[in-house]
Structures are given as structure tokens and as C-alpha cells.
Write a protein that binds this ligand. Structure first.
Ligand code: SF4
Length: 423
């Protein structure tokens, strides 16, 4: 494995704790996060960006963008992992005049990679949006950002201002501030917000074209867009097939996390990332963030840190988040706090979510497991968006983890009693 090349404190938003940015990639230019990050923070301005990546290929020189994206098997890095090429193809088929939206609303408090990308590589993200906009003939690029993300907003505004004198031919780029909420980053809620409607998830029939009829409002997560930006410069053969992840440790369970953002090469494992993130001893992890799955550290250490390889095992890195639990925090306690946060984030539209989620949290707090499982059966699949289903997946996984642990503890006690009997 290549060695840690750089580390520094990122200027993450003050609503979350400051984090560390590390890069596991060797000293090549093809990476998503920059190397040589000096202590105190380092940001690629337009000049530095152009020196590393070269000029953006002129419109029409992008080759077949859909084919290139398909070749690298890129999926949505916001957590949904829908094939990016399928969405782009549908957007092109919808005709010119649409909007390209970069989703920078990182509603999950354990996530930090999108803020870091905007603060270190803003032009790589914007390059991705520009080539997508050119491919589909879009009239504008919209950056959808949480209203409380002050440091990220400064970097984005600076980047937009830096590109103008460079004379880059690209559609107008505008910044749109989203309400501070977990569901503000849900793509149907983003589309509603861009259209000027209340920001809340809506029912989507076709995930390839969630905007419905007419010119597309194509929403991609920040990392997805940075990856398309990198691809447009390197081509599929030299594309940096790395993974950018956030490793988080609770400060206030379910609400506030200390975070480290890492870029790791394909062969890395969970143990590599935990070690380099410097999160200390962990007894369990939540793989994939708030909608993810719980694993004991001994089960998870050797798992590959790779979206495709994890999918083959029925697991997901979600939005690239690993929450590491110290001994002082129990899995059930953390799962309850996360469910509580998610219940508070409801957009207040669907009965199973509005009434079911608080009831679920109440049962979790009383540790009435069979009641929790009954409620989960009632709520699952009945929300207007995937938020409740993600919460239920995480809760069921916490219960399953607890049962695995109890079984092995009982087996250990039996073994011990048997062993003691023999002496
Ligand atoms: S499931 Fe909850 S968060 Fe999702 S749309 Fe319905 S009320 Fe809103």
C-alpha cells in the first residue's frame, strides 16, 4: 500500500468539528484530493488547478462522455449508487436547455468529504459540471449548498469568481442555498428547490429521470461531479480509481462528529483507514453512515474499502462514511441517537414517517426490541423518500449485531465453563 503523503486540518464548517484530510495516494497528479496540503489548509485556486490538470478540453473534445463514464463504472457517490451514465443519457435525451445541479448539501453530520472537496478542489468539481452541461446542452449550473456551510460557500464563490477572468466558455453558474436539514440533499427535494417549490422529497417514478418531463434537472453529488471532472482531464485509462471516504467518531451521538477525510487506493481495508484517520481504539463501526450496517471491529477490519467490492458482499459504503465507535459508546445507544436525529429530520409529509419514526425511537429508548421490529415492518417501504427505509436498515443491523455478540458471549461462557470443568 502507498504511504500517507500529507495531512492537515481542513477548514470544515463550524457546526461540525474540525477534521483531518489525508491522502493515501502516491505522488502522482491523478488523484481527487491534492497532495502537498500544507499545515493550516491549502486550496487549489484556478492557477494551481490548471497547473495540475491542464486546461479543460474544449466543448466537443470530451469524446463520448457517457461511454467514458460507463467504462469507469461510476455510480452516484451521494449514497444511492445509481449508475451515473444512465442518468446522463436520460438527461441528454431530454433535450437542451436544462440545468446541471451539483449537490453540496451534506445533511449527514458524520460526512465531511463534500466540504473538503469544495474547499480543496473546487475547480475539479466545477469542471465536472461544465463537461456534463456541455454534453446535455444545459443552460445553467446550480450549486445546491446548505445555508449553514459558510466556509464551503466562501470557497465556491471564490472559485466562480476565479473562472470568469480565465475566459472559460461555460454556462452561468449560480449558488442556491438549501435549508439546513438532512432531507434537503435528497435529489427529488433538490429538484423541487431548483424549481422554486418547497424543499421536500417528492415521489419519483423513474430514478433515471427524477425531473419527469421536459429539459432535465440533473443532480449529481459533489464527489460524483469531481470524478467526472477528473475523467474529463485524464480519460478512462488514467482515471484515478480511488475512494474518498470520511471516517467519523461521535462527539455528540447522532448529532456531532469528529471527522477525517481520506483518499484511499482500491486495495485498502477498513483497518488501514481507521489507523490513518487516527480515531483510536474502536470496537464497532457503522459502514455507510446513517443508513448503513453495523459490524464488530473483528468482522470489519479486513473488508475492502471499495464500493464495487463491498457491493459484491451485499454491503455498501453509502456516501463513503465509516463511523467508528469507542468502547465508551454502545452500538444500540448510537443507533438510537441516529434514529432520533433522522426522526427529527422528517419533512412532515408522510404518516408512516411523521408518526412511525418517533414511535420507533421511543421503543428503541425503552429497548423493546420486538416492538421496534414490529414498527419497522409497518413503516418500511411506506415513506415518500428512502430516509425511513435507511433508518430501519441501520436499526435492524444494530439488533442483528447485538444478537451476534450475545450469541458469541454465551458461547464463550459455555466454552469457559466447559474448560473450567475439565481442569
Ligand atoms: S418519508 Fe419522511 S422525510 Fe421522506 S418524504 Fe415522507 S415525510 Fe418526508
Amino acid at each position: 500500500m502507498t504511504m500517507l503523503s500529507t495531512a492537515s486540518i481542513a477548514t470544515m464548517e463550524q457546526t461540525h468539528s474540525a477534521g483531518t484530510t489525508a491522502n493515501l495516494i502516491g505522488n502522482t497528479t491523478s488523484r481527487i484530493l491534492p497532495s502537498g496540503i500544507a499545515a493550516g489548509g491549502w486550496r487549489d485556486d484556478w492557477v494551481a488547478h490548471s497547473a495540475v490538470w491542464g486546461p479543460l478540453p474544449a466543448a466537443g473534445d470530451h469524446g463520448d462522455l457517457v461511454a467514458s463514464i460507463r467504462a469507469i463504472e461510476l455510480t452516484g457517490r451521494g449514497g444511492g449508487h445509481f449508475p451515473t451514465a444512465v442518468k446522463l443519457q436520460a438527461a441528454i435525451a431530454s433535450g437542451p436547455g436544462g440545468s446541471v445541479v451539483i449537490n453540496a448539501a451534506e445533511g449527514e453530520p458524520a460526512s465531511g468529504k463534500d466540504s473538503v472537496l469544495w474547499q480543496y478542489r473546487p475547480h475539479l468539481v466545477l469542471d465536472g459540471a461544465v463537461v456534463v452541461a456541455q454534453a446535455m446542452g444545459a443552460r445553467e449550473i446550480v450549486v445546491w449548498l446548505s445555508a449553514d456551510a459558510v466556509a464551503t460557500r466562501v470557497s465556491i464563490e471564490q472559485a466562480i469568481a476565479e473562472r470568469a477572468p480565465a475566459g472559460v466558455a461555460e454556462p452561468v453558474i449560480r449558488l442556491l442555498l438549501a435549508p439546513e436539514s438532512y432531507v434537503s440533499g435528497e435529489s427529488s427535494a433538490v429538484i423541487a428547490g431548483v424549481r422554486g417549490f418547497p424543499v421536500a422529497p417528492t415521489f419519483v417514478i423513474d430514478p433515471a429521470r427524477p425531473w419527469g418531463e421536459g429539459p432535465a434537472i440533473l443532480v449529481h453529488n459533489t464527489e460524483t461531479m469531481a470524478r467526472i471532472g477528473a475523467l474529463s482531464h485524464t480519460g478512462a485509462d488514467n482515471y484515478p480509481a480511488t475512494n474518498v471516504i470520511t471516517v467519523a467518531r461521535p462527539i455528540v451521538s447522532g448529532r456531532e462528529y469528529e471527522r477525517a477525510v481520506l483518499e484511499v487506493p482500491g486495495p485498502s481495508t477498513i483497518a488501514d483507514a481507521l489507523g490513518l484517520a487516527g480515531v483510536g481504539q474502536a470496537h464497532a463501526i457503522l459502514l455507510g453512515g446513517f443508513a448503513g450496517s453495523w459490524h464488530g471491529i473483528e468482522e470489519a477490519s479486513d473488508l475492502p474499502l471499495d464500493h464495487q467490492l463491498l457491493r459484491q458482499r451485499g454491503l455498501s459504503l453509502g456516501a463513503g462514511i465509516i463511523i467508528a465507535l469507542p468502547e465508551s459508546i454502545d452500538v444500540f445507544q448510537e443507533a438510537t441517537a441516529i434514529a432520533d436525529f433522522l426522526a427529527d429530520s422528517s419533512a412532515g409529509q408522510c404518516g408512516p414517517c411523521v408518526f412511525g419514526m418517533p414511535a420507533l425511537v421511543k421503543s428503541l429508548k425503552r429497548q423493546r426490541v420486538s416492538e421496534v421490529l414490529d414498527l419497522a415492518d409497518v413503516i418500511e417501504g411506506r415513506g415518500g423518500c428512502r430516509m425511513p427505509d435507511g433508518a430501519i436498515r441501520m436499526i435492524r443491523s444494530a439488533i442483528a449485531y447485538d444478537r451476534r455478540r450475545s450469541t458469541s458471549a454465551r458461547a464463550f461462557r459455555r466454552e469457559k465453563a466447559h474448560g473450567e470443568g475439565e481442569f
